[in-house]
Write a protein that binds this ligand. Structure first.
Ligand code: AP5
Length: 222
């Protein structure tokens, strides 16, 4: 039988390290990274219709209405690169109904990874987070400061990274987490995200390699 490309979902509270790990996975294994947060932020900054609708929700740490996000994800998943190369879905599904939308069209991951990080760590991670708009690299003022003064000068802070907004994002995450994981119990792997970036990545890597063996899916890399 023809081998299928790997399909991965990554989930976890705000600032649990999803974006950081996705960058590392993509660099090594070349899956198509589909981050609904990144896609929505791009729509907002280019001032599209979707961006105009999404802006206020995002700035207040609320979920953007399902129909907007679901249409965006479906169209991205149906592109050739994702179909052929496999995908890494980050930030979706974020509600039971979003998970059901994928089930309805029989889109299921080979593995569902949940990054587990205590609440008090999350707030500190959000408040110290900075992003390089040129490379997309995610920094932290304390734990991963920028390498040069030039990078430092162009770093941006997300509008939803204030302590109050992080708290409402966390509430929304907790309200939905259980209902979403109930859909993916058979492929769920919860891992401790409160360890150094490389240690978390090593564990994700060994999970992906295990999936490659067990399900004979294909992906590039060692
Ligand atoms: P989204 O962008 O998905 O935000 P989020 O889930 O809150 O996650 P973050 O991007 O904040 O964190 P992350 O887990 O990627 O952590 P990171 O690697 O950056 O969504 C934003 C908004 O868009 C939502 O609030 C909503 O409005 C809307 N939205 C998105 N998807 C939607 C959907 N499906 N439906 C409806 N609305 C939707 O790391 C954080 C910090 O910690 C960084 O500084 C990093 O350097 C540091 N760090 C990372 N790993 C480690 C480590 N191991 N040790 C120490 N520090 C670390």
């Amino acid at each position: 039988a023809a081998q299928k490309p790997l399909k991965v979902m990554i989930s976890g509270a705000p600032a649990s390290g999803k974006g950081t790990q996705c960058k590392m996975i993509v660099e090594k294994y070349g899956l198509v990274h589909i981050s609904t947060g990144d896609l929505l932020r791009a729509e907002v900054s280019s001032g599209t219709d979707i961006g105009k609708k999404a802006k206020e929700y995002m700035e207040n740490g609320l979920l953007v209405p399902d129909e907007i996000v679901t249409a965006m994800v479906m169209s991205r998943l149906s592109r050739q690169d994702a179909k052929e190369g496999g995908w890494l879905l980050d930030g979706y599904p974020r509600s039971f109904s979003q998970a059901q939308s994928l089930e309805k069209v029989q889109i299921r991951p080979d593995i569902y990874i949940v990054l587990d990080v205590p609440d008090e760590v999350l707030i500190d991670r959000c408040v110290g987070r900075r992003m390089d708009p040129m490379t997309g690299k995610i920094y932290h003022l304390k734990s991963l400061p920028p390498e040069t003064e030039e990078i430092n000068a162009r770093l941006i802070t997300r509008q939803d990274d204030t302590p109050e907004k992080v708290k409402s994002r966390l509430v929304s995450y907790k309200q939905n987490a259980e209902a979403i994981s109930s859909t993916y119990l058979d492929v769920m792997n919860k891992i401790d995200g409160n360890r150094p970036r490389e240690v978390v990545f090593n564990e994700i890597e060994s999970l992906l390699l295990q999936v490659r063996n067990d399900k004979s899916v294909i992906f590039q890399g060692k």
